[in-house]
Design a protein around this ligand. Structure first.
Ligand code: AGP
Length: 607
């Protein structure tokens, strides 16, 4: 239950557990709702046993009901299975099982079909009496045979009532990690579930099947070949995944940003050469010089970081840079030249769409690098190199600290490539100085939390919120709107400020505030014009500015938030902070579940 709670941020529609008891029976407790509901079921009727599996679900196939919650059992009721991912050909497999006489389906899930398929193959292979060791190898074989018939993605764990102390796991497309303990071993989809028990982990690869026992484990391929695997040390501790004194993980993570941004830059600045050092890119200076085009890809918040990255890299390095939605990029034929360098940006390193984009890009022969937080993630392992964020675990479903780390890293990439081209020593030195000042400037931005709380209280009844920004801060408008939508459920949209007059202005009315990210930069006066257009139509204005911007905005804006000044290309790292805090305080005012907003999951490992 403790491990399951640590994974709740990944999905929280329903939860369940199956324990094998000493009478060789599977005891399952499962229900729709949060883990707290499951805990009540368990307290009311505790299962007894010392090995089992559990799951917290983010629904893909089948509504959120008790029946559709995992674990699912096979037709005999003796095999229980949990599954992340999607079995795409589950209908065809189910029809075949029904034709073969299986009329025991209880749910509408794709997962139950997999449980039934493995169960049938196992029963068929045990026609004669077999001992426990033979049962183990036959169950592993049944898993392999079933998975070879599956189209789709899976991270699974299963137990069988007749085989004590034996759990099988397998993965393709959905993460699975083995925790290696002393006379105990664990399987989980994320190390945060097991780090309180062991920091030794084996990150499984696609098509791995692992048979786990108390004192040993064996990893083999779907074809049955076995091999040794490296045991890695988990780089964070159980303390890192706790909330501490904060009311929510999101708030804790917002306040961690001075440190996480510092950690993203640690050891990566060369003061002497006025450039960045990014050894993880695995590229020679000549290869870096030969980069003619850059594609940045990701989803959600990571995509917004990419959009800022486009402005930053083009400004610092003058290399044509494109941003591609990972989900679109992987399915379309983006024209790519041989000198194109691709970056896949992902906090979790497990997002299915971003992983798909990475694989597609590599398949076409492009060097593809990762910008990930999770060092052992699939994207980190499958890319040709990259830059780790070192932001520490991010638990809040709304991404915050990973975003500012991504921005810092994209700036380092721009700086490095720029200094190999036309960026002067003086300009490089100015950027480095400004990067070094960021952590204390973020502290200053965090001090605005009370002001944002007061603004949140004032506008909590708004019918929606619009966000506007220009240039480097246009993607920040998108990010501010995304944060607002996902944790408050208010309607929110982000736009380039000048687009206002091309249609959006029709929405403006007194109960729809507009947030302008309008620092004291070259486009402040343009932003000011757009604010006037809204004011003329009685729309309230909340302005995020910097330096002396407040003076110019005081006649037009209803609320003014003042940030410290930074070079234009670094301003987004500061300007996003008040927007994170604003969304957070509105969500708290509305009584929302900040860390686990409805319908969402932290890491989306399905398409
Ligand atoms: C951000 O607040 C969201 N939860 C979501 O958009 C997220 O950024 C996206 O799913 C990508 O996740 P990743 O960085 O782990 O790939």
């Amino acid at each position: 239950m403790d491990g399951l709670r640590r994974l709740e941020y990944r999905g929280y529609d329903s939860a369940g557990v199956s324990i094998v008891n000493r009478h060789h029976e599977i005891e399952t407790r499962k229900c729709a709702g949060r883990i707290a509901s499951l805990a009540k079921l368990i307290t009311a009727k505790p299962p007894s046993g010392s090995f089992g599996i559990s799951h917290t679900r983010w629904a893909t196939h089948g509504k959120v009901t008790d029946e559709n919650a995992h674990p699912h059992v096979d037709a005999t009721g003796k095999l229980a299975l949990v599954h992340n991912g999607v079995i795409e050909n589950y209908q065809a497999l189910k029809e075949q099982l029904i034709q073969d006489g299986d009329d025991n389906f209880r749910s509408n899930t794709d997962t139950e079909v997999l449980a039934h398929l493995i169960g049938k193959l196992y029963v068929d292979s045990c026609a004669t009496t077999v001992d426990v060791d033979q049962k183990k190898s036959r169950l592993v074989n049944a898993v392999r045979t079933a998975l070879r018939q599956v189209i789709g993605t899976y991270g699974i764990a299963l137990v069988h009532a007749e085989i004590p102390d034996f759990i099988i796991g397998a993965r393709r497309g959905s993460p699975l990690v083995l925790g290696v303990g002393k006379e105990e071993n664990f399987l989980a989809s994320d190390v945060s579930a097991i780090v309180a028990y062991t920091r030794d982990a084996v990150y499984l690869n696609d098509f791995d099947v692992v048979a786990v026992e108390r004192g040993k484990f064996e990893i083999s391929s779907l074809a049955g070949e076995t091999g040794d695997r490296q045991v890695s040390k988990v780089e964070f501790t159980a303390e890192d995944v706790k909330k501490g004194d904060y009311e929510h993980y999101m708030l804790k993570e917002i306040f961690e940003q001075p440190n996480s941004v510092r950690d993203a830059m640690r050891g990566r600045l060369s003061l002497e050469e006025c450039t960045a050092k990014l050894g993880g890119l695995n590229m020679t200076p000549q290869q870096l010089r030969d980069v003619g085009r850059i594609v940045l890809t990701g989803c959600g918040t990571a995509l917004h970081a990419a959009m800022v990255g486009e402005y930053v890299i083009e400004q610092l390095a003058n290399i044509p840079t494109e941003v591609e939605y990972a989900s679109e990029f992987r399915h379309r034929n983006t024209p790519m030249t041989n000198d194109t360098l691709v970056f896949a940006i992902s906090q979790s390193g497990e997002t299915a769409d971003t992983l798909g984009a990475l694989r597609e890009s590599r398949r076409k022969g492009h060097r593809t690098l990762g910008i990930c937080n999770n060092v052992a993630s699939t994207i980190a392992r499958e890319s040709d190199g990259g830059v780790y964020m070192h932001a520490g675990p991010e638990i809040g479903v709304a991404a915050t600290k990973s975003f500012t780390s991504q921005l810092a890293i994209l700036t380092l990439i721009g700086l490095l490539l720029g200094r190999m081209r036309n960026l002067s020593t003086a300009e490089g030195s100015r950027i480095i100085g400004a990067l070094q000042a960021l952590p204390s400037q973020i502290e200053e931005a965090l001090n605005l939390s009370d002001q944002l709380k007061a603004i949140a209280k004032k506008y909590v009844d708004a019918s929606g919120i619009l966000f506007f920004g220009r240039q480097f801060n246009f993607p920040i408008a998108l990010e501010g709107a995304l944060k607002m939508k996902e944790i408050t459920y208010l309607f929110a949209e982000g736009h380039p400020s000048a687009e206002l007059k091309h249609g959006i202005i029709a929405l403006v009315r007194p109960d729809l505030p507009s947030v302008f990210i309008a620092p004291d930069d070259a486009v402040l006066s343009k932003n000011l014009n757009n604010m006037e257009q809204i004011k003329a139509r009685k729309g309230p204005i909340i302005a995020v500015t910097s330096g002396n911007g407040a003076k110019q905005l005081k006649e037009v804006a209803n609320e003014i938030i003042v940030l410290p000044d930074a070079p234009d290309c670094l301003m987004p790292i500061l300007s996003v902070i008040p927007l994170q805090l604003f969304a957070y305080h509105v969500a708290v005012e509305l009584g929302r579940d900040v860390d686990k907003p409805r319908n969402l999951a932290k890491s989306v490992t399905v398409e």
